[in-house]
Design a protein around this ligand. Structure first.
Ligand code: ADP
Length: 393
């Protein structure tokens, strides 16, 4: 089926996702606003069982002592190669799986895994949209019923839930008269993802976790859904955690970006800092592999080499050292800590490497939220006195 309704995107722009940023993004907060969501030391290790006794023979360190925060009205992008722990982080934030360790605070209150009522309320305020647009929709129900389900479970009358469903259809750019009685298989991928967004909004959440939510869509439909998300953020004052392996899309959507490698945060900062003044060799390698329309940018730096990441028993010290061309002894011995970038605002350090695009800040002046995040990196090469041969000082 064609994406008929996809042309009625909530956003006003229809250009591709690359190279621009959210126009007039709904900055409802400054750097002083306290986080809506805050996470400390979040950890999830999955056992790998083997042998005839089915004993634990290794651990997948999917998420390993992750700290992050998201301020109200902000879009925090999370990037990293497949298997680095993005989805596990999302599921932990939603409390869909139990963390081994860590503290999650939502709107200033600690979320307790054993407080059922508290969890229910947090889950209402935080909703998730997945990549697979079929997964959250019941194939045997008209989509209107799916959207009504959540409000009805929360005590809303059938009439009011139906009214709300129709409002939500309009909000996500689907004509209620045309769509409410349709079944999921009668919709295009873009339309189905609009329904999923409507379903996620049905309980009036404050934060959406978008886990590869546009990754399965064609590029033109993807751009429309991204613009819809930005328009909804503006209109409804939403906050997003936006997870994607697509660096162009993350750049387009995010106010700040968190880079993960083998379960660890290796770099986090405002989008312009990450894309133009990246500090971690992994971020640099990841961005080098990013498709660019600009021929000058395509061959500046070598893409990632070495074995693909394996979070089962990851290497000691810096987890990236096995693939890092700057690895020194200290990288093999000691784990680097996330620390503020020295003299932030400069180039990429003392090795003479410049920023990604030689000073053409693609994020400048595009209305991106200034959420006041600092730029942090976990790399011995960037830490004063770390013992790395290229470290400053
Ligand atoms: P990403 O979203 O970045 O691709 P995931 O969070 O899905 O990564 O996975 C991180 C690692 O955790 C992967 O190695 C994956 O195989 C592993 N993993 C995820 N879920 C489970 C599970 N339920 N049991 C065992 N391993 C898992």
């Amino acid at each position: 089926m064609s994406g008929g309704a996809d042309t009625r995107a909530g956003g006003t722009r229809s250009e591709g996702a690359q190279g621009a940023g959210p126009q007039g993004g709904g900055a409802r907060s400054g750097s002083a606003a306290p986080p809506l969501l805050e996470v400390r030391d979040l950890r999830k290790h999955f056992p790998v069982r083997g042998g005839i006794l089915n004993r634990t023979v290794a651990w997948v360190k999917a998420v390993d002592d992750v700290d992050l925060h998201v301020r109200p009205g902000e879009v925090l992008g999370i990037v990293g190669e497949s298997g680095c722990g993005k989805s596990t982080t999302a599921r932990l934030l939603m409390h869909l799986i139990r963390a081994d360790a860590g503290r999650v605070t939502f709107d200033g209150a600690l979320v307790q895994a054993d407080d059922a009522a508290g969890l229910r309320e947090v889950r209402r305020q935080m909703q998730m949209v997945f990549q697979d647009s079929y997964s959250s929709l019941n194939p045997r129900l008209p989509i209107e019923e799916t959207i009504m389900f959540g409000p009805k479970v929360h005590g809303v009358s059938a009439g009011a839930a139906r009214e709300r469903a129709r409002e939500l259809f309009t909000l996500v750019g689907l004509d209620p008269a045309q769509f409410i009685r349709r079944y999921p298989h009668e919709l295009s991928g873009g339309q189905r993802q609009r329904v999923n967004i409507a379903r996620a909004l049905a309980l009036e959440p404050r934060l959406l976790i978008l886990d590869e939510a546009v990754s399965a869509l064609d590029k033109s439909v993807e751009a429309q859904v991204l613009n819809l998300l930005l328009a909804l953020r503006r209109e409804l004052g939403l906050t997003y955690v936006f997870i994607s392996h697509d660096l162009n899309v993350v750049q387009y959507m995010s106010d700040r970006v968190l880079v993960m490698y083998l379960g660890k945060v290796v770099e986090i900062g405002p989008t312009a800092d990450i894309y133009e003044r990246m500090q971690h060799p992994y971020t640099e390698a990841l961005l080098s592999a990013m498709p660019s329309m600009d021929p000058d940018r395509r061959t500046e730096r070598p893409p990632l080499t070495g074995d693909p990441p394996n979070p089962i028993n990851p290497p000691p010290g810096c987890r990236f050292h096995t693939r890092c061309r700057f690895a020194d002894d200290v990288c093999r011995r000691a784990e680097p800590r996330l620390a503020p970038v020295q003299g932030a605002g400069g180039g990429t350090g003392g090795d003479g490497r410049g920023g990604r695009d030689g000073g053409n800040d693609r994020n400048g002046g595009n209305g991106r939220n200034d959420t006041g995040g600092s730029h942090l990196v976990a790399c011995h090469m960037r830490a004063v006195g770390s013992g790395h041969g290229l470290a400053p000082g």
